[in-house]
Design a protein around this ligand. Structure first.
Ligand SMILES: [Zn+2]
Length: 497
């Protein structure tokens, strides 16, 4: 008998293009992730803005995530702004890179590296900032989000090693039907359907924001509830232009002594900005079905409950519907997880009597997708049963050693793609269940459809921070291979009660 969570995951695995699931119980809720990229380490007035925002949100009892830049944390310390640090640490602290816009930024330095070097380079450059933020705020950052559009997939591998469980930001590099997802084993709240800011310029903008918010709330609740972003930067209350826009645009990288302060808003403009924001937050608080959550709350809400589940043949059959040699991926179970479960199942065929197979298939971590040079298959390949069993043992050892799906699955001297291997495993399953072992197994070229959720390299995913003509096609290909890890983030509203 399937437990409800397993049943839901399987349903999602089977119909990968279905809409995201509705909360299972209780009245639908709208979850607002309110976060601030706390990054301007140039304009001292931005410290005061962060202080006022943090104190206001504490007073209003609104849980907030402040994603702090390493150099911003160190600057607050140098300037003796204990008051700002103490006010921020009453909220949740996230991480927003070590130097933000000083070049090279993450997408640049990751763009010429493979997976493992990229992970290590991210840790070398960004790790010291994580330590500073931890030391200065007395809490480990709950989340990371890239500076500007400087996104790279290796940062997800680094987050696993740095113990940062949530990716919280906005961008278009991964777009999973505008919903929350798991990517590389990290809860990813990135390209959400709604970002519900108010402009900070007074009554007219407030009224417009109320209209947008109301329409979004109505739609989200009708669809069973869901999450939306509201994000800002504390410096927006005091500047007319971003601190890094005036110094680091288009790849410019002046020395520290030439960094310019951005132009500042007048006292009156700042007053109106605070009043507008504060009125907006107080207005949102009047809705009983709207709940502010932090990144760590989101981790509870979207907890991955596939860990600890035990999978049987019936579960595996439902996940292994690979019509037209296409692996959907992006269901309730990631393609890399289905790959591992089916390979475990095949291996057990040779090792255990059938009755013992049913209780021993489970998932530990989500294996990463392939990280090396993809294999090209000219056409179908056949292998003997003996070779397939030897290969399955080899694949299992590879996944255990490297924590990822192999680029090439070796059938002796012949290599096939992991997609092809996965489809063949799915086709083999009915034979395994009937204990009719074929003499020969066919491996046909196959496709992973979930790759469509990761953007192609193009100027529009990068933006103003980069030198003109910046491209990262190999890095975005690496990112597409990680579509093997994509799955729905299934909400469990009762976890936040
Ligand atoms: Zn930023």
């Amino acid at each position: 008998m399937l437990r409800p969570a397993a049943a839901l995951l399987l349903l999602l695995a089977a119909c990968a293009s279905a809409p995201p699931p509705s909360p299972v119980s209780g009245a639908p809720k709208m979850y607002i992730l309110l976060w601030f990229d706390t990054e301007d380490y140039l304009l001292p007035a931005s410290d005061d803005a962060a202080l006022r925002l943090a104190e206001f949100l504490t007073k209003e009892g609104v849980p907030t995530t402040f994603k702090v830049v390493g150099e911003k944390a160190r600057t607050l310390e140098r300037r003796g702004r204990r008051d700002v640090i103490d006010a921020l640490k009453k909220h949740e602290i996230g991480y927003h890179s070590n130097w933000h816009s000083v070049h090279p930024t993450p997408a640049q330095y990751l763009s010429t590296l493979g997976w493992d070097e990229g992970v290590e380079e991210f840790i070398r450059r960004e790790g010291p900032g994580v330590e500073d933020v931890k030391r200065i705020f007395g809490q480990a950052p709950s989340c990371y989000g890239q500076p500007g559009s400087s996104w790279g997939p290796q940062s997800f591998g680094a987050m696993r090693k740095l113990g940062i469980p949530v990716y919280l930001d906005s961008g278009s590099h991964v777009d999973f039907d505008r919903g929350p997802l798991w990517y590389c084993g990290i809860l990813t709240l990135f390209r959400l359907e709604y970002t519900l800011r108010t402009g900070l310029g007074g009554a007219e903008e407030f009224e417009k924001a109320k209209k947008n918010f109301s329409a979004a709330r109505e739609k989200l609740l009708k669809d069973g509830g869901g999450a939306a972003h509201i994000f800002y930067h504390p410096c927006e209350w005091v500047h007319k232009q971003f601190w890094d826009g005036v110094n680091f645009a288009d790849g410019a990288n002046p020395p520290r002594e030439e960094w310019k302060l951005p132009p500042q808003k007048s006292a009156e403009e700042t007053r109106v900005a605070f009043e507008t924001f504060e009125a907006y937050i107080r207005w949102i608080k009047t809705f009983p079905d709207v709940k502010f959550i932090t990144a760590r709350d989101a981790l509870k809400l979207y907890e991955d409950r596939s860990r600890g589940l035990v999978w049987d043949d019936c579960d595996l059959q439902r996940m292994s519907n690979f019509e037209n040699d296409e692996v959907h991926g992006g269901g309730g179970v990631a393609a890399s997880e289905i790959f591992c479960l089916l390979n475990q199942r095949l291996l057990k065929q040779g090792l255990l009597p059938h009755s013992q197979q049913r209780t021993s298939l489970s998932l530990a971590e989500t294996p990463l997708g392939p990280t090396g040079v993809p294999t090209v298959m000219a056409g179908p390949v056949k292998a003997t049963w003996s070779q397939v069993m030897r290969t399955a043992a080899d694949v299992q050892a590879y996944v255990e050693r490297h924590g990822r799906i192999p680029n090439t699955v070796w059938l002796g001297s012949t290599g096939v793609t992991p997609e092809s291997y996965l489809v063949a495993l799915g086709n083999l399953l009915p034979y395994l269940i009937r204990e009719e072992l074929p003499r020969e197994v066919e491996f046909r070229p196959a496709k992973l459809l979930a790759e469509k959720f990761v953007a192609q390299d193009s100027p529009k995913i990068w933006g103003w921070l980069f030198p003109k003509g910046f491209h990262a096609p190999e890095m975005m290909e690496l990112a597409r291979h990680q579509a093997w890890t994509i799955k729905y983030a299934v909400p469990h509203p009762e976890a936040l009660k």
